[in-house]
Design a protein around this ligand. Structure first.
Ligand code: SF4
Length: 208
């Protein structure tokens, strides 16, 4: 198993998507934004940095982060306490924009190279916020719960109670992305804020 400190150093210096990309190279210099932790019990597994996080070098320094923190009922100081909360998105570098100006999906090179090693080096994680379909697919499959991945994100998130019931160690919360683009989704699915979030907040408070 890798040592987490040396793994973190190797990730910080990673240039795979420029020098050995699976398809097209990353259109800018890599700037990996991943905050693994040897002590945190909570892991936020998101998608990939957007333009603001690419500029700041800190995860969730954007309106999505504000919403995520309100979902978790924690302040920024707690959120950025790396001893208590790890942040490992499915792609560590901003992947660039598509022709319509939307963020491209997380780079597959990251998952192929780093994620299994990182998760093996953080065995103390016992609560995972799987934010978005890519993170849900990776973590549920890794934990042998791939059967709970539904054809749509709404259905997978709708399975949250079953997922929580069978994923005791670590517990997994399947969640939508906190982006403003999902404001309509949140209005159409009020059970997410009414039922899932109170359970999530309780589990987080128990681990802080
Ligand atoms: S996205 Fe991941 S694999 Fe690609 S350069 Fe960044 S850290 Fe390396």
């Amino acid at each position: 198993m890798d040592d987490l400190a040396s793994l973190s150093q190797a990730i910080a210096a990673c240039r795979i998507c420029v020098e050995q990309p699976i398809r097209r190279p990353l259109p800018h210099e890599p700037r990996p934004v991943a905050w693994p932790s040897a002590t945190a019990r909570i892991l936020i597994a998101g998608q990939a940095p957007g333009t603001r996080v690419h500029a700041s070098g800190r995860p969730f320094t954007d309106p999505s982060g504000d919403r995520l923190r309100s979902w978790m009922a924690i302040d920024a100081a707690t959120f950025y306490d790396r001893a208590r909360i790890a942040v490992v998105p499915m792609g560590f570098c901003f992947p660039g924009l598509d022709a319509k100006g939307s963020d491209l999906p997380p780079r597959p090179e990251c998952r192929a190279t780093w994620h299994d090693r990182l998760m093996a080096a953080m065995p103390q994680i016992d609560l995972i916020l799987a934010v978005g379909a890519t993170a849900q697919h990776y973590h549920l499959t890794r934990l042998g719960l791939g059967r709970l991945i539904a054809p749509t994100l709404t259905e997978t998130v709708g399975n949250w109670e079953t997922i929580l019931e069978v994923s005791a160690q670590p517990a997994v919360f399947a969640m939508p992305h906190p982006s403003w683009r999902n404001s309509g989704w949140l209005k159409r699915h009020p059970w997410f804020e009414a039922h899932l979030l109170p359970v999530l907040r309780r589990r987080i408070a128990e681990r802080l």
